[in-house]
Design a protein around this ligand. Structure first.
Ligand code: NAP
Ligand code: G3H
Length: 412
């Protein structure tokens, strides 16, 4: 993977329009994940317990627990990280001792095909790793409900995730789904740092990240300054060809552009103010900032997966918590403030997998636990967490008999 990071990154850039540098780093990040997973896999520990903790049992009952594979893991990844979010499933599945079937996304299918060559060269035996290509809408149900599949590890939209959950039957599911990550900005936040985090969080890869900053909730004392500075920085963002590493490039398809435009139009019709953007050429949408967004607008709740950033002005931390938690999503949240005690207390109230304090929402580093609540996911990923999710405990209980009791002058 490391040797081929550049050529594979270049294919990835052409497939999904990701800026070349980010596409190359998607490949090398995946190599790091494989390395870390192989180390973590070799450190998996078992456990033993004596029975005398519970009344009625003695130390003659001893459990020996180890982890065993689940069987065949079906790995389905999304278009926006087709190599990385397929690899972050393959590595733990293999390290836990499973065999793997990958169904790559239709857009972004070519780069993951190289896993076939990479893993063969790495010595994975025939039959252990398999790829099936085709549209999810055509072969998804067949694969997901197939009795030969023992677990589904899926990353994609919440709608597809809910559908898979319905057809999968009683299989373990590991899901990473959509998000609507909110940045709560309190009056005492460090302005420059907060602006940097919001702009890069909202607009890198044109907002096509599950962990993108998807709404900002600023307090009255900082809102005007913050919005002005976010606008100034957004106007400097490069737009154009991903081969030239422009931050904003074409969205994945024109249907997605239409959808993002629909959200912008709905907000404007209901009174939101456009501060920049709202321009389209082909599948490129200019980064768009909306001020005075209110909770009756679709953009306050729906995931655009595009370069649009709504500001919902709030009056108190309680209101911020309420708006954050009303979302059907619960991937990550952010709090920007110098008051760490208050940030910690707000973090306790947010119904999300992860809360970032003074930083943008993001998945990495990849050994951290990564999860979503509500419509944002099922189960926990992250190097050791993924290995655990893709294996199960196997318990053997020794019931010791009188025969082995130590007695005086034992002859054995
Ligand atoms: P998607 O449309 O749900 O597709 C995801 C994958 O599911 C693709 O491989 C797709 O195949 C396949 N699929 C579609 N229908 C299926 C079915 N009935 N059964 C089985 N598989 C099926 O999502 P996307 O547009 O690629 O990705 C964007 C979404 O993913 C966003 O909502 C984003 O937030 C979310 N996401 C979440 C995370 C996270 O970590 N939480 C990370 C990345 C992305 P086809 O391509 O052939 O349709
Ligand atoms: O799109 C979802 C990815 O898991 C986001 O990863 O935060 O490293 O861009 P990232």
């Amino acid at each position: 993977m490391r040797e081929w990071a550049e050529p594979l990154g270049s294919i990835l850039m052409k497939e999904i329009g990701k800026p070349l540098k980010s596409a190359i780093s998607e490949i090398s990040r995946t190599a790091d994940i494989f390395e870390a997973t192989s180390e973590a896999g070799s450190q998996i520990e078992g456990e033993s317990m004596f029975g005398d903790v519970f009344k009625g049992f003695t130390r003659d009952k001893v459990s020996l627990t180890s982890r065993v594979p689940l069987g065949v893991i079906l790995c389905i990844g999304p278009f926006n990280y087709p190599f990385n979010l397929t690899g972050s499933k393959i590595a733990p599945a293999l390290m836990a001792g499973n065999t793997v079937i990958v169904k790559p996304p239709s857009q972004g299918a070519i780069t993951p095909l190289y896993y076939g060559i990479i893993l063969e060269e790495a010595g994975v035996p025939p039959g252990v790793f398999n790829i099936i290509t085709g549209r999810g809408s055509e072969l998804g149900d067949y694969l997901v409900s197939h009795p030969g599949i023992d677990m589904v590890s899926f990353t994609g939209s919440s709608d597809t995730g809910k559908h898979i959950a319905q057809v999968a039957g009683m299989k373990p599911l590991l899901f990473e789904l959509g998000g609507k990550d909110a940045a709560i900005v309190l009056d005492d936040a460090d302005l420059e740092k907060t602006v940097d985090a919001i702009v890069s969080g909202a607009f890198s890869y044109s907002g096509q990240r599950c962990t993108a900053v998807k709404r900002v909730l600023p307090m009255p004392g900082i809102a005007d300054k913050l919005i002005q500075k976010v606008k100034e920085k957004t106007l400097l963002i490069s737009i154009g060809d991903p081969a030239e590493n422009k931050t904003i490039g074409p969205l994945i398809n024109s249907k997605q552009c239409d959808y993002v435009q629909e959200l912008i139009d709905d907000a404007v019709n209901k009174g939101a103010k456009i501060l920049c953007g709202n321009k389209r050429e082909g599948n490129i949408l200019w980064p768009t900032i909306l001020d005075n967004v209110t909770t009756n607008m679709r953009v306050a709740w729906e995931e655009p997966f595009g370069p649009v950033l709504p500001f919902i002005r709030i009056r108190s931390a309680e209101e911020a918590i309420e708006i954050s938690n009303k979302s059907q999503y619960g991937l990550q949240g952010m709090i920007f403030t110098e008051n760490i005690d208050l940030a910690f207390n707000i973090a306790q109230e947010l119904e999300v997998g992860t809360v970032q304090i003074n930083g943008k929402s993001e998945r990495g580093p990849d050994h951290f636990p990564f999860l979503g609540t509500k419509s944002s996911g099922l189960g926990t990923q992250g190097i050791k967490y993924s290995i655990e999710a893709m294996s199960r405990p196997k318990v053997v209980v020794l019931n010791l008999s009188e025969k082995g009791k130590l007695v005086k002058d034992c002859k054995y």
